[in-house]
Design a protein around this ligand. Structure first.
Ligand SMILES: NCC(=O)N[C@@H](Cc1c[nH]cn1)C(=O)O
Ligand SMILES: [Zn+2]
Ligand SMILES: [Zn+2]
Length: 477
């Protein structure tokens, strides 16, 4: 089946590209950082801006309040946007998910341009926080709707939209809404499509049928009543930073091996059938080095690298709150420091089993120090891994759309990052979930100089629209 209206739709996407870029510029300008208290009003503003955009396209929207933020009750969670466009019982209904919050960013982190001003260079790279994660892809859906309208091409499906403002902060509050609305707002959904991850390289699109989970922890060490002069007190007091560095240094080795006893035993063994999935994937060590920005890969070959991204766990050290980190040479002994790290989990690791092992390890390491400081282990947030059946019409439709727009068969991948809601949709709605990425491996999501290439944004908008057509007509599998 070749949807015949697509050529006219594609032409309109090309014709509207300046408008679509302006739309992204407006979105990037709202610093909707979900993890910073002071930015919470901007997250809310971003949700309202998005709601207004959808209403202007004829959709109905509810900004559903999610209550207070657990553990930080002085803060309201940003609302979840529940939108609908089309209500034709003869058409399939596709549920779209995305997020309108972003990771923190400051120019002083090392950005070449202001992170909240979309800056386009002569290679068509559109720099700005949220450009690829996930404002560009969310706006891709809106662009697709608009280009259909301008082309006079009827949308072949009904759309449900669920766009949240806490994804970068553990998707707090969303699970309950999905559970309570599974037989309400979400009841008509036939399948789910999410555009919130990346190609493996820069040329070949992929469809993604799994994500790793993320268990995020912190370890707080405190002792002295206040920060101390290291000349006056150095050598006299147990130092919280010294304790913390020992603990954090005991979690993982420089080759990425997790040093916590029992973790490896939780990982599903590699079967021959699964091992055969990695060699055909179009990915090179050069792709990896390009996206890393340097030749710092741990693994020497493509298959090991792919497996360590997709099917093995990893443990990363993220930061230390309270540490002296600004330029200069302050001779301080910090009185309280909080180390933050996370474990990316994979089948068959259960959240609580991992937490028990990590907690036990941290307690044992601290006990070994015989320090008189106090240690507190905290769970910040946890989300489980997800794996989907890719032999479903949802994936067949997306593969046909990729072939139509890009002229190639997509790679089938699992994502190393985490999108906790994938599993919730799968379990609560019982529907097939597909990840259909727009951005490429060099987009630097979460990093400085995050960008989305103009080509990926515009061709990606075509892809999302084409997917809706193939999804409308693909026979049930
Ligand atoms: N594009 C998805 C993404 O970036 N997800 C985040 C979600 C997250 C944040 N803390 C724990 N999970 C990720 O880091 O993978
Ligand atoms: Zn994202
Ligand atoms: Zn992200």
């Amino acid at each position: 089946m070749t949807p015949h209206h697509l050529d006219s739709y594609f032409k309109h996407v090309d014709g509207l590209q300046d408008k679509f870029i302006d739309r992204l510029r407006e979105a990037v300008a709202i610093p909707s950082i979900s993890s910073e208290d002071a930015r919470r009003p901007d997250v809310v503003k971003m949700g309202e801006w998005l709601a207004a955009q959808i209403r202007a396209l004829g959709g109905t929207v509810e900004l559903r309040p999610l209550g207070r933020q657990p553990g930080r009750e002085h803060l309201d969670l940003p609302p979840c946007l529940l939108g609908r466009l089309g209500d034709d019982p003869t058409k399939r209904t596709i549920l779209l998910y995305g997020h309108y919050d972003v990771q923190p960013a400051q120019k002083s982190d090392g950005w070449a341009t202001d992170p909240f001003t979309l800056s386009i260079d002569d290679k068509g790279r559109m720099f700005g926080r949220g450009s690829t994660d996930d404002k560009g892809p969310v706006l891709g859906w809106l662009n697709a709707i608009e280009a259909h309208q301008k082309a006079g091409v009827e949308l072949p499906v009904n759309l449900l939209m669920c766009f949240e403002g806490m994804e970068e902060n553990g998707s707090e509050g969303l699970d309950d809404t999905i559970k309570s609305e599974a037989k309400g707002f979400f009841k008509d959904a036939d399948v789910v499509c999410i555009s919130d991850n990346y190609w493996l390289g820069t040329e070949k699109p992929c469809l993604t049928y799994g994500v790793r989970g993320c268990n995020y922890y912190s370890v707080e060490i405190s002792g002295p009543g206040q920060d101390l002069h290291s000349g006056v007190y150095g050598g006299l007091a147990h130092e919280p930073m010294t304790d913390l560095i020992k603990i954090m240094g005991s979690l993982v080795d420089p080759d990425g091996k997790i040093l916590i006893k029992g973790i490896d035993e939780l990982v599903a063994p590699l079967t021959d059938a699964e091992a055969a999935l990695y060699p055909p994937i179009a990915f090179t060590m050069q792709d990896l080095h390009q996206s890393l920005g340097n030749e710092v890969a741990i693994h020497g070959n493509k298959n090991d690298a792919l497996m360590h991204k997709m099917r093995y766990p990893s443990l990363s050290l993220h930061g230390i709150e309270g540490a002296f980190y600004t330029p200069g040479a302050k001779t301080v002994i910090p009185a309280k420091v909080i180390g933050k790290f996370s474990v990316r989990t994979v089948p068959n690791m259960e959240i609580d089993d991992v937490t028990k092992l990590v907690h036990k390890h941290v307690e044992e390491q601290f006990a070994k120090l015989k320090s008189k400081n106090k240690m507190k282990f905290n769970i910040v947030h946890c989300g489980k891994w997800w794996v989907e059946n890719p032999n479903h019409w949802n994936y067949t439709a997306a593969a046909k759309a990729v072939e139509r727009v890009y002229g190639v068969q997509p790679d089938m991948t699992r994502e190393g990052g985490s999108i906790p809601v994938t599993l919730t949709f799968q379990e609560q709605l019982g529907k097939n979930v597909l990840l259909l990425p727009m951005g490429s491996s060099t987009d630097a999501a979460h990093s400085i100089n995050e960008k989305l290439d103009k080509r990926n944004y515009i061709e990606g908008t075509k892809l999302l629209g084409a997917y809706l057509h193939y999804a409308a007509g693909e026979p049930t599998s």
